[in-house]
Design a protein around this ligand. Structure first.
Ligand SMILES: Cc1ncc(C[n+]2csc(CCOP(=O)(O)OP(=O)(O)O)c2C)c(N)n1
Ligand SMILES: [Mg+2]
Length: 433
């Protein structure tokens, strides 16, 4: 008997997704369809959105197994631009490695790496105009680095020190850089999507030529904000590029919980009448080409595009995570789309424009560059050394005039602090004994 008593009907049941591999399991990715590079058609940027539908189930690839760039999506970049792309991705990785170690040394409370996903931020940043407005999530440090934002400023923010322009009010790595057209990163996942659409609409209303681009993780695409953003964008034909970075994981939840077992993330574009592209996210040339296609489309008032970057989060979610607890360690080595830096390196070598020696020398130079920036930032303090913004500043900058209750709270907080630490000086807190 079922609960309702209608015993001739089968009991209803739910499907609860389960990842294929858990710690200790052997990994077999043979279920992932990887088409040959160069085999995907490239429609005109101004085509009706429906023409891109097959590309939502395909995988745009340019770099082939022989390390050559092939097919209609080959962006045909010159060697100097390719080397700049390689260097920016390698710098992003060197930066991540150093900051990760900094967190382990107690210099910051928190860090998030983008290892293996560098192409999904560096290549789009290069495909966009430098003043196009970007609305990233927390894993697109590669955009700031591509735009030449000073590493020292990034590290000041990570250390929440006295030179941190955000005055220690944002979680480390949640940058904000108006001068780099880089919107403030929010820990409230997916909020950047409708914000990007709003900005893009405003740009169009003003008759400007700048477009907006947003990034979201595949897990966060399950948030309601994703859907309202796409609805607004398609209704008003907003000049915006939507990037979904499908790195397979949302902390310890695999992509199945966001719908990956049913269809691709790119295919979500179809329901909204938005152009959709599914790209090999570890192929920097494919990512560049798709980003350029979408940016040109938006700039020509031909409509928004949703790009799914199919990639893999090679390391933990953040410094607070231990992926060894929930996924097989073999996943990283077995990931069939390789590593974006290695792939672009091998391509440049195949062109006769790069070598192992040049690569090694570049890596050594980048380590030094990051080290120098770190030393510079450390002069402004690291976590827990007291070289942070004066305590009272946390009550400032929000209201033009502090409301009475916050004024009372701030006075009380400062009073209590003086009782607790009598030697504490408000302007030079680091001199407190
Ligand atoms: C609205 C909201 N819900 C939950 C969280 C907690 N949270 C932080 S990161 C994260 C996983 C996001 O995964 P994904 O979107 O795939 O991005 P990835 O970390 O893989 O880049 C979650 C659930 C949050 N910050 N905000
Ligand atoms: Mg993810």
């Amino acid at each position: 008997m079922t609960a309702s008593g209608r015993s001739n009907l089968p009991p209803l049941s739910l499907h609860v997704p389960e990842p294929r591999f858990r710690p200790g399991d052997a990994v077999d990715y043979s279920h992932i369809a990887i088409p040959p590079a160069g085999a995907q058609p490239r429609p005109d940027e101004r085509c009706p959105a429906a023409e891109t539908q097959p590309l939502c189930f395909d995988l745009i690839r340019v770099l082939g197994e022989d390390d050559r760039a092939v097919g209609p999506w080959n962006p045909g970049l010159d060697a100097e631009t390719l080397r700049r792309m390689l260097r920016t991705m390698a710098l992003t990785r060197a930066f991540d490695d150093r900051m990760y170690r900094g967190q382990r040394q107690g210099k910051t409370s928190f860090y998030m790496k983008c290892t293996g996903e560098e192409a999904t931020s560096v290549a789009p940043a290069m495909a966009l105009a430098p003043d196009d407005m970007v609305f990233p999530s927390y894993r697109q440090q590669g955009i700031l680095i591509s735009r030449g934002y000073p590493l020292v400023e990034m590290i000041n923010q990570i250390y929440s020190n006295r030179a941190d322009k955000l005055k220690g009010r944002q979680l480390p790595i949640m940058y904000s850089a108006r001068e780099a057209s880089f919107f403030t990163i929010s820990g409230n996942l997916a909020t950047q999507y409708p914000q990007a659409v709003g900005w893009a609409m405003a740009s169009a209303i003003k008759g400007d030529s700048r477009i907006a681009a947003a990034w979201i993780g595949e897990g966060s695409s399950a948030e309601g904000d994703f859907h309202s953003a796409l609805t607004f964008a398609t209704v008003y034909n907003a000049p915006v590029v939507f990037n979904v970075v499908n790195n397979q994981w949302a902390i310890s939840s695999f992509s199945g919980f966001a719908g990956a077992e049913r269809t691709t993330f790119a295919a979500r574009a179809i329901g909204y009448g938005v152009a959709g592209l599914r790209v090999d996210g570890n192929d920097p040339l494919a990512v560049y080409a798709a980003s350029r296609w979408a940016a040109d489309r938006a700039r020509a008032n031909a409509g928004p595009t949703l790009i799914e970057h199919f990639t893999y989060r090679a390391e933990g979610h953040s410094t607070s995570d231990d992926p060894g607890q929930y996924r097989s360690a073999q996943e990283r080595s077995e990931w069939p789309l390789g590593d974006p830096i290695n792939r672009l390196k091998r391509h440049l070598v195949a062109l006769g424009e790069w070598s192992d020696e040049a690569h090694e020398a570049m890596d050594a130079e980048l380590v030094e560059q990051v080290k120098a920036a770190t030393k510079e930032a450390e002069k402004n303090g690291v976590l827990g050394h007291g070289l942070h913004h004066p305590f009272h500043t946390m009550f400032e900058d929000v209201f033009e005039e502090l409301p009475w209750h916050l004024k009372e709270q701030s006075e009380q907080a400062i009073r209590e602090r003086r009782i607790k630490w009598p030697d504490w000086s408000e302007d030079e807190p680091w001199r407190a004994s």
